[in-house]
Design a binder for this molecule. Structure first.
Ligand code: AMP
Ligand code: ZN
Ligand code: FE
Ligand code: FE
Length: 299
């Protein structure tokens, strides 16, 4: 289908401004033909997104994004074609039965991820309070609503209290990796994130490596089953795009890309569908997904 390819976006199921249905409508207006919805640690927006995508004739890739902390930085891993729901009704067909089991443990894993996010919000507001910016976790959760609680919601609460003028300023001064009010997550290494996505039958891709500046970790991620690198990304320079294309060619990975659209309020405003992902990248990703599925089923 013609139209732009955008393999990275967020909704109100994590820290995006738009509900899944609204995001899909925006995608249609922006002439996006292929869209991946990749909420942090959640697949809760995907059912609604898929329904609206079907109505609008947009190809929707069910995905997610798992953020991992490493000393001094953070590594984000995208997963495509992950199981969407745990509620699949058990059936008599053995292959189907194992699919529903698979989705069940994966949803449990995501619930634990979000519980750790909530615990981390408590730790961050304690830290901010110590730093002279009293804040409660309840204020943060009221902003987050049904999303995946994280620093963007903390940042918005800081804006509401008048501690900073913008979400951007909250990150730049306090919440960035290694920042005075950031508290690292305790759960998962990037290698484990790649492994868990593979175990769930998904296709793991390293998100925006230009932001993490930890390219030395790429080989161990590849050994764990990494399938691609998010190469076309609004904050990557032309030189970085060329470097990651070359890395992908060398290691047999797919150079993917996306806008990481979160909506206008987020201090990291990008335009949906704007990442400049070439159509071949999308073809290669589908090809890679088919290969992994064949490997998985041992044929
Ligand atoms: P967390 O989920 O707590 O790891 O927060 C990560 C999210 O914070 C990212 O997905 C972005 O939405 C947002 N973010 C990270 N860095 C910045 C920044 N410098 N300015 C605005 N938002 C940011
Ligand atoms: Zn985000
Ligand atoms: Fe990210
Ligand atoms: Fe993202």
């Amino acid at each position: 289908m013609p139209g732009a390819v955008d393999l990275h976006s967020h909704t109100t199921a994590s820290d995006g401004a738009l509900a899944p249905r609204e995001l899909l409508r925006l995608a249609a207006r922006q002439r996006v033909g292929v869209l991946a919805v990749t909420d942090h640690d959640s697949t809760d927006g995907l059912a609604e997104a898929m329904e609206e995508a079907g109505r609008l004739g947009i190809e929707l890739v069910p995905g997610l994004e798992i953020n991992c902390d490493v000393p001094g930085s953070e590594i984000h891993v995208l997963g495509y074609w992950v199981p969407v729901r745990g509620e699949t009704a058990p059936t008599a067909e053995p292959s189907r039965q194992s699919e529903s089991w698979r989705a069940e443990w994966f949803q449990e894993f995501l619930r634990e991820q979000r519980a750790e996010r909530a615990a981390r919000v408590h730790r961050i507001v304690e830290r901010l309070t110590e730093l002279g910016m009293p804040l409660t976790a309840e204020e943060v959760f009221a902003i987050c609503k049904e999303g995946s609680p994280g620093r963007p919601h903390v940042a918005q609460a800081m804006v509401n209290r008048g501690y900073v003028k913008s979400v951007r300023e909250a990150f730049d001064r306090w919440l960035h990796a290694g920042g005075p009010a950031n508290v690292p997550r305790r759960r998962l290494t990037p290698v484990e994130a790649v492994q868990v996505i593979r175990r769930a039958g998904g296709v793991p891709v390293l998100a925006h490596p230009g932001l993490a500046q930890r390219d030395e970790m790429i080989p161990e991620l590849v050994a764990a089953g990494l399938a691609g690198i998010e190469t076309y990304y609004p904050e990557h320079s032309a030189k970085q795009i060329e470097t990651y294309r070359a890395t992908c060619r060398r290691l047999g990975l797919v150079p993917t890309g996306g806008s990481d659209y979160h909506g206008a309020h987020t201090g990291r405003a990008t335009t949906l569908g704007s990442a400049g992902v070439p159509p071949e990248a999308w073809d290669e990703l589908k090809q890679k997904a088919r290969e992994l599925t064949r490997e998985r089923h041992g044929d």
